[in-house]
Design a protein around this ligand. Structure first.
Ligand SMILES: [Zn+2]
Length: 258
């Protein structure tokens, strides 16, 4: 994996080999860090912790963008600090834990299960992460997963989007929700309306500048429009079996609901 590198002043990003998963650290003036979605393998997380320590930095709090197995990881080397998520996301990590553990063991075995998914709910209605580092605004919605929270850093213009706006994955809807398409549209609209985005960090895929951010909003909107139309179609990002399966499931789900 590529270990932490500086994307903008005080914002570090690392990309794991597995599914091009991005981890972010936001650095406060005293070296304390907000660590978002550290991923993915045991060795990856040790590397991230070593990078921080080697730079005189330390995690002060963690944040999970959403309740999927690859976004709720942690290790002891990162320290015993509180790890937050939106309240609905925390609920899902509790109710879906067994399935998440199975996925974890299949794809990234060896993690300490005592730390897996141990999240603290943000106060209900919180619109920012309360800490003394750079401002970290929250954009919470239910597209892709319940309680999905993007983090926007207005000082640097970095939008940490979670599993939205990827150039390597199609939009993946939460097909067990009552209104998967409506939830995703609402989330995408919120992200598209964030002012001042200079850098987009997707949960999986390549970092984007402001122009590419707008292109991805348009691409995902186009995908949802085609899905709503209910006819089979191809998206150029749909290159893996699991995505082809998700794509077919989404077509069936949306057709069944309309
Ligand atoms: Zn996800």
């Amino acid at each position: 994996m590529r270990r932490f590198r500086e994307l903008a002043a005080g914002v570090l990003i690392a990309t794991a080999d597995f599914a091009a998963t991005n981890s972010v650290a936001v650095v406060a003036g005293d070296g304390g860090c907000l660590v978002i979605d550290p991923a993915i393998s045991v060795a990856d997380l040790s590397g991230l912790a070593a990078d921080l320590a080697g730079s005189g930095l330390r995690a002060r709090l963690g944040f999970a963008t959403h309740p999927h197995w690859d976004h709720v990881l942690w290790n002891r080397e990162l320290g015993a600090v509180p790890r937050y998520a939106a309240p609905r996301a925390v609920t899902i990590t509790l109710t879906e834990r067994d399935g998440m553990v199975r996925q974890l063991q299949r794809s990234a075995p060896g993690h300490d299960l005592d730390l897996f998914g141990q999240l603290v709910p943000l106060p209900e209605g919180a619109d920012a992460i309360a800490w003394d580092g750079p401002a970290a605004r929250l954009i919470i919605h239910d597209g892709h997963a319940p309680g999905h929270a993007a983090v926007f850093l207005p000082d640097s213009g970095v939008l940490v989007a979670g599993d939205m706006l990827s150039d390597t994955e199609i939009p993946v809807l939460d097909t067990v929700a009552d209104d998967p398409l409506g939830d995703y549209r609402a989330g995408l609209a919120l992200l598209g309306a964030v002012p001042g985005v200079r850098w987009l960090v997707p949960g999986h895929g390549n970092v984007a500048d402001a122009g590419e951010f707008r292109r991805r909003v348009a691409a995902d909107t186009g995908y949802l429009d085609l899905l709503a139309a209910g006819k089979p179609f191809h998206d150029p990002r749909c290159t893996k079996d699991w995505m082809r399966d998700a794509h077919e499931r989404q077509l069936r789900t949306v057709a069944g609901l309309s």
